[in-house]
Design a protein around this ligand. Structure first.
Ligand SMILES: Nc1ncnc2c1ncn2[C@@H]1O[C@H](COP(=O)(O)OP(=O)(O)OP(=O)(O)O)[C@@H](O)[C@H]1O
Ligand SMILES: [Mg+2]
Length: 550
């Protein structure tokens, strides 16, 4: 072994470059060590075997003579390099064996120098460049290894093609997918692996990507023979050369069948859900409709039954009480005539009170009979406004007492109303009296008439209102409205005003039969009567009747 080392301390150089010099010629070795006197730590050996062993210590570069006692020519480089591939090597040759040096460079040496032509500047620069080149080479290799491992370990299929559609690269996954080796794929086109139709589509896609110079992305579906439909996500992009010219395409794709199926399932579940929700809502609406219809019918039935019972009772009472009342009336008439009241004021007052009470009792009995009697009406054409005027006349006294002013808003030239004059006047008078009673402090009464054509909506019986003969849509009807500025009707009582004996008036003032009888009469006229509150105060009675001509 022949090894010696020279350390040349260099000012301001924190670290000197560690050189392994393998050179058997003493003058050459001396020269080189001289040229590297500063900034370098040179370890010198004279044969290859020793050099290979010495190189296990950390060195930055090797200066290698190709002609040594134990190895000669290119083989010297090859042996050393194969055992220490990480070390940058600067080969030294004589003038006549420069070709060996050139071969060494193409096999991986960083550079070569010709002995006898080197000076200090040249040698130092060559050493630094060689080290730099090796560093770059290493970085490049690392980076390449990094990308290669990435591309090879990715679960996606990756390939590259040239401008003519020949594969230039395929990752392992892609090779496995095609069931070919890398060598069997590279240089071939899609037509060698896929059905012609599919290959043509792939090539057309590639052409489009190259023409547009842009990335192309899509989810594509295909059904393998005898299999189920599959989906792949595809991303294709152009490949550029260093000058920015498009020289081919590259693609990456992966199976998204599970994802697409999941999305499809989700979408279907969504629409199913929306549909069943709609069905449910529709059923619910149907249910609500039939429920309210049922309730209405039930209410009407209960009402009719109640009316019948009350009617029978009323008829019985009226019948039973009518005869005793007649006896009392005859007795009263007799007594009034027989007793001279001139000298006895008290007797006169008593007789008068008794007569008033009798009159009231008569009124009640008449009301009961009106209400219970099956009743017949004698319908004839009348002028509605005149009927109302004479009804107003009948309550003239009450109006005055209660300090109620009257406004009429009559539509002129109305067609005649079909009515039983006495009975319909009874309806009007009751409505007018009710209005007056609702204004004990005075107020305003408005009576209005008009004709109107019923809309389909208006022709329907309003909920709660009984209508024995439904109006037709488009039918012209006569409407009477009696408005007051009185107390109005508490909401919880509004539904009950047509009930027999429902009254808010004190005993002796009202029997609660007025509206019950009115409704009965109006129904015999095939009309309707309704009561509603007005804003801000007051109530309105609306009586709708038929005209002769329609
Ligand atoms: N215009 C109105 N304003 C306020 N409440 C009213 C009006 N019309 C009717 N009512 C209410 O409806 C109830 C029933 O009226 P209905 O005419 O059937 O009986 P009544 O007037 O009480 O007695 P009568 O048998 O003497 O007519 C009244 O007691 C009153 O509470
Ligand atoms: Mg009344």
């Amino acid at each position: 072994m022949n090894e010696s080392s020279t350390t040349s301390p260099v000012k301001d150089a924190p670290q000197s470059i560690r050189v392994l010099l393998i050179e058997d010629s003493p003058p050459d070795a001396l020269l080189i060590r001289g040229l590297l006197a500063t900034g370098f730590t040179v370890t010198h050996v004279t044969d290859l075997g020793t050099g290979i062993t010495a190189a296990h210590a950390p060195f930055d570069i090797v200066l290698l003579d190709l002609f040594l006692p134990d190895s000669r020519g290119l083989d010297t480089f090859t042996q050393f390099h194969s055992l220490h591939p990480e070390l940058p090597i600067l080969v030294m040759s004589g003038l006549d064996d420069e070709h060996f040096a050139e071969s060494a460079v193409s096999d991986g040496a960083q550079d070569y120098l010709v002995k006898g032509q080197m000076d200090e500047v040249l040698l130092r620069r060559a050493v630094r460049y060689a080290m730099e080149r090796k560093r770059v080479e290493r970085a490049l290799r690392d980076s390449e290894a990094f990308y290669q491992s990435l591309v090879e370990s990715l679960p996606q299929y990756i390939y590259r093609k040239d401008a003519q559609g020949h594969f230039t690269f395929a990752n392992r996954r892609f090779c496995v997918e095609l069931g070919r080796t890398f060598q069997e794929i590279v240089g071939h086109t899609d037509y060698d692996f896929f059905p012609a139709e599919l290959a043509a589509k792939y090539q057309a896609d590639d052409q489009r990507v190259m023409a547009a110079g842009k990335v192309f992305e899509a989810v594509e579906e295909h059904t393998p023979p005898g299999g189920e439909k599959e989906y792949v996500q595809v991303v294709k992009s152009p490949v550029f050369d260093a000058q920015g010219k498009i020289i081919g395409t590259q693609g990456i794709f992966w199976d998204v069948t599970a994802r697409v199926r999941g999305e499809e399932k989700l979408k279907k579940a969504h629409t199913d859900l929306a549909r069943s929700r709609e069905d449910l809502l529709r059923t619910l609406a149907d249910l609500q409709r039939s429920h309210s219809r049922f309730k209405e019918a039930q209410q009407q039935m209960v009402e009719m039954e109640k009316m019948q019972t009350v009617g029978q009772m009323a008829a019985g009472i009226a019948h039973e009480v009518k005869n005793p009342l007649a006896v009392i009336r005859m007795g009263m008439d007799y007594l009034t005539n027989a007793i001279d009241t001139a000298g006895n004021e008290a007797v006169g007052t008593v007789l008068k009170d008794m007569q008033d009470a009798l009159h009231r009792a008569d009124g009640i009995i008449m009301g009961l009979l009106d209400f219970s009697a099956p009743g017949k009406v004698d319908l004839r054409p009348w002028d509605l406004n005149s009927l109302l005027r004479s009804s107003l006349n009948l309550v003239k006294h009450e109006l005055k007492t209660a300090q109620v002013t009257v406004e009429t808003d009559f539509c002129e030239n109305l067609p005649p109303v079909l009515a039983d004059t006495n009975k319909i006047k009874q309806v009007f008078v009751n409505a007018l009296s009710n209005a007056i009673h609702a204004m004990p402090e005075g107020g305003r009464l408005t009576v209005r008439t008009y004709i109107k054509k019923l809309t389909p909506e208006e022709a329907k019986p309003s909920p709660g209102a009984r209508q024995t003969h439904a109006f037709r849509a488009g039918e012209r009807v006569l409407v009477t409205e009696i408005d007051d500025t009185g107390t109005g009707i508490p909401d919880d009582k509004l539904a009950r005003v047509f009930e027999p004996f429902f009254t808010t008036k004190s005993t002796g003032k009202g029997t609660g039969l007025g509206l019950t009888v009115s409704r009965k009469i109006v129904e015999l006229h095939e009309g309707t009567i309704q009561l509603q509150n007005l804003s801000p105060t007051g109530a309105r009675a609306t009586i709708t009747l038929r005209t002769e001509k329609n």
